[in-house]
Write a protein that binds this ligand. Structure first.
Ligand code: F6R
Length: 241
């Protein structure tokens, strides 16, 4: 079931997302599912500001990130490990041992997927933050991914690699071809989910997620089967609803 919030601008989108985050962080031992990409950056800035100005502590939070590229090291400037530390974790008091991000630097991806899924089974994610790809992906679950999938290795589509080339000197050849991602079934186990999307580039994917059939053609459409999803959009992303 979707609760849809349409905000005037990105700051308001981030503020709405932060309100939900703050409620979650007040709980005992909150478990957060986190995304990378541009969509949650405003939310992460507000979390850091809240920590530094109001002293809100994130020390008891445990986090699980959705995904990581395969074939680049953690210390690569475009790894999701680096992204999360630069855009969130370095600004909070969350202990490093509470942070979980798949390791994609290339020893045994299949074993890493199994390990990550097993680690997650010890927890229930209280709040999962999602962005959405123009092709309807969530995490890196590209079209065609089974709706009940668990953490797995995914070959990225050309649409996704083109979209992400902006972070790799605008050169699609530098964008990794594979990623490790939580599966759609893994994401669906979260208690509460927020989806953040802005710009008309996302309008078709948002339409497919909310109004389209539940289908592997639009992986985000699986969220129609989840009891508690808040979708936070600007007008452009909501323009086809
Ligand atoms: C990131 C992730 C992806 C992004 C999606 C949107 O961890 O899992 O699904 O959320 O590609 O990316 P942005 O926000 O950059 O448009």
């Amino acid at each position: 079931m979707f609760n849809i919030i349409i905000a005037e601008n990105y700051d308001e989108v981030s503020r709405e997302a932060f309100k939900i985050m703050k409620e979650t962080v007040k709980k005992d031992n909150p478990v957060l599912g986190l995304a990378t990409g541009s969509s949650p950056i405003g939310l992460y800035k507000k979390m850091i500001a809240d920590h530094s100005s109001n002293g809100t502590s994130y020390a008891k939070c445990v986090t699980f990130n959705l995904d990581e590229y395969v074939g680049i090291s953690r210390t690569h400037d475009q790894s999701y490990w680096t992204f999360m530390h630069e855009n969130l974790f370095n600004g909070l008091d969350i202990p490093e041992e509470n942070i979980h991000i798949p390791v994609g630097d290339g020893t045994d991806e299949e074993a890493e997927c199994l390990k990550y899924e097993e680690q997650m089974k010890d927890y229930t994610v209280d709040l999962q933050v999602l962005g959405i790809g123009a092709d309807g992906h969530i995490g890196f679950n590209e079209p065609g991914t089974p709706l009940d999938s668990v953490t797995h290795l995914m070959e990225l589509t050309e649409v996704t690699r083109k979209d992400n080339a902006r972070f790799f000197d605008d050169d699609i050849n530098k964008v990794p071809t594979h990623a490790i991602t939580m599966g759609l079934g893994t994401i669906m186990r979260s208690k509460k989910i927020i989806v953040i999307a802005t710009s008309d580039h996302k309008a078709d994917a948002i339409y497919g997620m909310i109004k389209g059939p539940v289908s592997t053609d639009c992986p985000a459409s699986v969220l129609q089967n989840h009891p508690d999803v808040t979708v936070i959009l600007d007008r452009a992303a909501a323009s086809r609803l």
